[in-house]
Design a protein around this ligand. Structure first.
Ligand SMILES: CC(C)(COP(=O)(O)OP(=O)(O)OC[C@H]1O[C@@H](n2cnc3c(N)ncnc32)[C@H](O)[C@@H]1OP(=O)(O)O)[C@@H](O)C(=O)NCCC(=O)NCCS
Length: 167
């Protein structure tokens, strides 16, 4: 079945919440998306439609380093269990990266599985002198969206304040 990636709309809010609740152990990620939306900090919010059903969602929000450089933080990403392993997640990540680039973000970060995100060009951030607030080590990864934009050596990358709700 074809996969359609498009920006999330107000009518998708409940479906987006259900996708994250079905994909993570708690409702924290679903709540995070709601908080980012309310704060106006969803830099990109894309859904995947498969056969007319909203089956996946990815959010990006601004992240900052001490120098003031702003990047895009990918989180959360989820696909409904019945729709996994057919490239829905990959299409959401690729389209989200393109949307962030078009919105003017020169780099993006993610805290996740290197085996999964490496295929999109993400590389362990510590190798570029960047770290995260959660002690993610090499699971904290970065990708340059615009040549030369990566703030190499900038140290700590901070997510939006709403991430504190993850506890
Ligand atoms: C991660 C997730 C979004 C992937 O969605 P998807 O639509 O199945 O992704 P794709 O079809 O593009 O890719 C599937 C591939 O990724 C692999 N993969 C999925 N999760 C993975 C993980 N945590 N680590 C490594 N590989 C993973 C699968 O094995 C599969 O590989 P294969 O196609 O070579 O067999 C989905 O599994 C999900 O919602 N998981 C629960 C929530 C979650 O963990 N989100 C990510 C938080 S950073």
């Amino acid at each position: 079945m074809p996969i359609l990636i498009r920006p999330g709309r107000p009518a998708d809010v409940a479906a987006i919440r259900a996708i994250h609740e079905a994909s993570f152990p708690t409702a924290a990620e679903a709540r995070l998306v709601d908080l980012l939306r309310e704060a106006g900090r969803l830099a990109a919010s894309l859904v995947a439609e498969v056969g007319g059903a909203v089956a996946g969602h990815v959010a990006f929000s601004p992240v900052t380093v001490g120098s003031g450089a702003v990047g895009a933080g990918l989180a959360p990403l989820a696909v409904l269990p019945d729709y996994r392993r057919r490239g829905v997640g990959a299409e959401l990540v690729a389209a989200g990266m393109a949307a962030c680039r078009e919105a003017g973000f020169g780099w993006a970060v993610v805290l996740g599985e290197p085996d999964y995100y490496g295929r999109f060009g993400f590389r362990p951030a510590p190798g570029f002198g960047l770290s995260d607030e959660y002690g993610g080590g090499d699971a904290f990864q970065v990708v340059e969206l615009t040549p030369g934009a990566l703030p190499v050596g900038a140290g700590l990358v901070r997510y939006a304040p709403e991430f504190a709700s993850l506890g």
